[in-house]
Design a protein around this ligand. Structure first.
Ligand SMILES: Nc1ncnc2c1ncn2[C@@H]1O[C@H](COP(=O)(O)OP(=O)(O)OP(=O)(O)O)[C@@H](O)[C@H]1O
Length: 585
């Protein structure tokens, strides 16, 4: 049953089977040379007994040296090949994990903790590597050595072998019993490690909040609690392991005592020679390490199996949103004109009620639409459906008249410039952040995008200009600077559809006006959707939709909506008043 759990590793093992065969050959040669050592020593002892010429012992010395040298080379080769293969598989697995995580849709990351994913990619991957490297190598050595030694030991004395091996089943039962417990304990440890990683990660990401609320000591306390639990669980494993090793050594020690007792009697009765007895003893001593290693291997094996299961969960995770167009890779990309239609669209996040209700809206290609509405009305949800960050029910969102799911996902997303509500910048230079996703971006294009987004001048004033590193490793941009960098990033793609989700919220009205002016020329004949809270932003759009409680409450041009006297007109009046107060004060 446990072996079944390792099934996910089969393709990887197959890929490197050549290395494993070569490693097996090295293991075989190593153990064959090792097995010669007791035989040579036995011969030497018997030769000494028979008072042969001194040169005979010297011959054994040379033979031992030669065999030891061959064994050393083979041991080196087996380690190099087998541990090397485990590293190669680790490399492949890590890449596959990352690839699959990159395919997951946004909702996956909303339902998973980053720390947990990170723990699986580090600790669990390490446990799997140890299973594939040291565990396989040590068990191969144990199996080959035991298989080769037993016939030789039987040849010396079947009776002695029977007695000497009598304690060994005890060791095997012990190892199996403890192994199962190691497995469960290790699973619990890994789960706790994920918790700790998640806690630490959330604290680093939320550093600002923790400081602002002066929650450091309470967070430290919570962390300590989790850490204590992790150590408590680890100690349970340590106790088990601490018991396993000495018990194994004790059992093997008994085997040696039995050998000495029974073997000694056989020598006294002349059924075996002192040389044969010596060989036998060396066999037993040489067997000790592989037997003890078995305990270690069981540990690695159980930990590795628990980790394979956890890694396989990530590998098997299917993306909730994927390409359904059936387009083959390498086909010429499709470029939409940019007409967007929501047709009787209703959307819910699952358990809750509908967030969007019967929304019908057409945005002609090349036109602009502003969306306004109270907080929580569903504005972000609506625009997230366009690049399929969320999936609308089939047939309710159409691009150029074609249901959105029939569009090749990559082509669709490439045609969209998206500025999310919360800006994210990578820990790299501003240039790289703006050029994200456009590998061929020219210097002038980056500059032009930054100029339109009204951020170029500020960037140029930084000591390193566009080469300034931002994010975790570099300087922190202000909220408005981040938003404008994100706008430049979206513009550089020259998208057919530009979506700005409240992207002007952190800039002052003057800068906002300038950005909108720049956008107007940059976005001519591109479809633009602007989520806004200010009428001053919304009025620049061809059409304005007011979303209320998931429905389109108002729709029309600026003038039409003013004439209607609804939410939009109220907002306009309120914001006009605010402006007048601001000017007069
Ligand atoms: N991932 C999610 N899972 C469940 N519910 C969600 C999720 N994201 C948003 N919601 C809910 O959907 C509703 C609409 O949210 P949405 O973010 O679309 O509103 P919004 O109009 O953009 O608000 P704001 O102006 O505050 O950004 C809210 O009630 C919100 O709680």
């Amino acid at each position: 049953m446990t072996l079944g759990k390792l099934q996910p590793l089969a393709p990887y093992l197959r890929r490197y089977q050549k290395s494993f065969w070569q490693g097996a050959l090295a293991v075989l040669l190593y153990n064959l040379s090792k097995i010669a050592i007791p035989l040579i020593i036995g011969h030497a002892v018997d030769d000494m007994q028979h008072h042969g010429p001194a040169g005979i012992v010297l011959r054994s010395v040379w033979a031992l040296l030669g065999v030891a040298a061959v064994a050393a080379v083979c041991l080196y080769a087996s380690r190099w090949i087998l541990i090397g293969a485990s590293r190669e598989i680790e490399f492949d697995l890590r890449n596959d994990l990352f690839r699959n995580l990159e395919r997951q849709s946004l909702s996956y990351y909303h339902s998973q903790r980053t720390g947990d994913i990170m723990a699986r990619m580090t600790n669990d991957l390490n446990a799997v590597r140890q299973l594939l490297g040291p565990a396989i190598m040590y068990s191969a050595n144990t199996v080959v050595y035991t298989a080769a030694a037993i016939p030789l030991m039987l040849r010396i004395s079947p009776r002695l072998t029977l007695w000497a091996f009598l304690p060994l089943p005890v060791a095997s039962v012990l190892v199996q019993y403890v192994g199962r417990r190691i497995h469960t304990r290790f699973e619990r440890i890994q789960a706790m490690f994920s918790d700790i990683s998640a806690k630490a990660q959330e604290n680093f990401s939320g550093a600002r909040l923790v400081r602002a609320f002066a929650q450091e000591s309470s967070e430290i306390e919570h962390f300590e609690e989790a850490n204590r639990e992790y150590i408590r669980r680890s100690l349970l494993l340590v106790r088990l392991m601490a018991m396993l090793w000495p018990t194994l050594e004790f059992v093997l020690g008994i085997a040696i005592v039995v050998t000495l007792f029974v073997g000694g009697r056989e020598v006294a009765l002349h059924s075996i020679t002192p040389g044969q007895f010596t060989s036998y003893m060396v066999f037993m001593v040489q067997l000790t390490f592989p037997m003890i290693a078995l305990g270690y291997v069981v540990n690695l094996f159980q930990r590795g199996t628990a980790s394979v299961v956890r890694i396989d969960e990530l590998l098997r995770q299917q993306p909730a949103i994927k390409d359904e167009s059936g387009r083959a890779a390498g086909e010429t990309p499709l470029v939409p004109r940019g007409a967007i239609e929501f047709r009787n669209l209703s959307f819910s996040y699952g358990a809750g009620g509908d967030v969007l209700r019967d929304v019908s809206l057409t945005i002609p290609a090349g036109s602009s639409l502003a969306i306004l509405g109270p907080t929580g009305a569903g504005k972000t949800t609506l625009v997230n459906l366009i690049p399929r960050l969320l999936d609308a029910p089939a047939g309710q969102v159409l691009i150029d008249g074609l249901p959105i799911r029939e569009w090749p996902l990559e082509d669709l997303r490439r045609a969209i410039g998206f500025v999310p509500q919360e800006t994210f910048l990578f820990s790299s230079t501003i240039r790289e952040n703006i050029a994200f996703g456009v590998a061929s971006a020219m210097e002038e294009e980056i500059l032009a995008a930054a100029e339109t987004a009204q951020i170029a001048r500020e960037i140029q004033e930084f000591p390193n200009g566009f080469d300034t590193v931002v994010g975790e490793r570099g300087i922190t941009l202000s909220g408005g600077q981040k938003q404008r960098t994100a706008i430049a990033r979206a513009l550089l793609r020259q998208p057919r559809i530009l979506i700005l989700d409240d992207a002007l919220a952190s800039v002052d009205t003057l800068t906002e006006e300038r950005i909108l002016q720049g956008l107007r020329s940059a976005m001519q004949d591109r479809t633009t959707i602007l989520i806004a809270h200010r009428v001053s932003t919304a009025r620049t759009a061809d059409r304005i939709a007011v979303l209320g409680n998931g429905r389109i409450a108002e729709y029309g041009t600026h003038d039409e909506l003013l004439a209607r006297g609804g939410f939009y007109a109220d907002l306009y009046a309120k914001q006009q008043l605010e402006e007048e107060i601001a000017v007069s004060s």
